[in-house]
Write a protein that binds this ligand. Structure first.
Ligand code: 13P
Length: 248
């Protein structure tokens, strides 16, 4: 099955109003390469301005709460980010699993909240370095998918992202075989859970993706795009990843 490539940026806790100027170059590259979907998850504080500035670009959040509203000081709901102009959210990012002790069950509940509020979802999974060294990477990813993928998931609203935690922001990446193998395992696990609908779900790779390694990574089987941190912060670094995806 043909799945459109998705190149998604994650600005994490970076960026201010001045940084929004980068979105102009990114939006221009997105419209020049219509065969590729392009998205950027900005900090909550920038969602509204970003969505107004580049209406043609998919702007998203990096997290949402699993409740629609209520007494949850410091948290933000899916409905709130939707109203601000977000069309998608990341959930279960490894930095939230690590820093905020989020579990796969949390990621499951957040995915459901995002979906019922009209957002599409990039659901993250990925092993730590210790887990990989112990030979457990495959089992960890299978278990994360098992516990976080909603029963009604399909490619119209959900994308999976495999981000090995040790490859994030480190300049290190798994070998091409290792990436292809985890993506195949994630696809098989989804197929076990949601049947043929799994074939429509894109699986992104994330972790030190750059303009230099994007073409090789994006041409692997079952790699349907990239989730990009550091290299999404400027148009100069992000656009080559978009054009690499478009050239495949
Ligand atoms: P880097 O591209 O900076 O390694 O970050 C990847 C990531 O965590 C995207 O969500």
């Amino acid at each position: 099955m043909m799945r459109r490539k998705l190149v998604a940026g994650n600005w994490k806790m970076n960026g201010n109003r001045a940084a929004l100027a980068e979105l102009n170059g990114i939006a221009a590259a997105a419209s020049a390469n219509p065969a590729v979907d392009v998205a950027v998850a900005v900090p909550f504080t920038l969602i509204e301005r970003a969505a107004e500035r580049v209406p043609g670009l998919a702007i998203g959040a990096q997290d949402v709460h699993d409740a629609d509203k209520g007494a949850h000081t410091g948290c933000t709901s899916a409905a709130q980010v939707r109203e601000a102009g977000a069309v998608f959210t990341i959930v279960g990012h490894s930095e939230r699993r690590g820093d905020q002790h989020e579990t796969s069950h949390d990621a499951w509940a957040k995915s459901a909240a995002a979906h019922r509020n009209g957002l599409t979802v990039i659901l993250c999974c990925g092993e730590t370095e210790a887990e990989r060294d112990a030979g457990r990477a495959e089992r960890v990813v299978q278990a994360q998918v098992e516990k976080s993928l909603p029963d009604d998931a399909d490619g119209s609203w959900l994308t999976l992202a495999y981000e090995p935690r040790w490859a994030i922001g480190t300049g290190r990446t798994p070998t091409m075989d290792e990436i292809a193998s985890i993506h195949a395992i994630a696809r098989a696990k989804m197929r076990q859970m949601i049947g043929d609908r799994a074939d429509g779900v894109r699986i992104l790779y994330g972790g030190s993706v750059t303009g230099d390694n994007a073409a090789a990574i994006l041409s692997l089987d079952n790699v349907d795009g990239a989730l990009v941190g550091g290299a999404s912060l400027t148009a100069t670094k992000f656009v080559p990843i978009i054009t690499a995806a478009a050239a495949l």
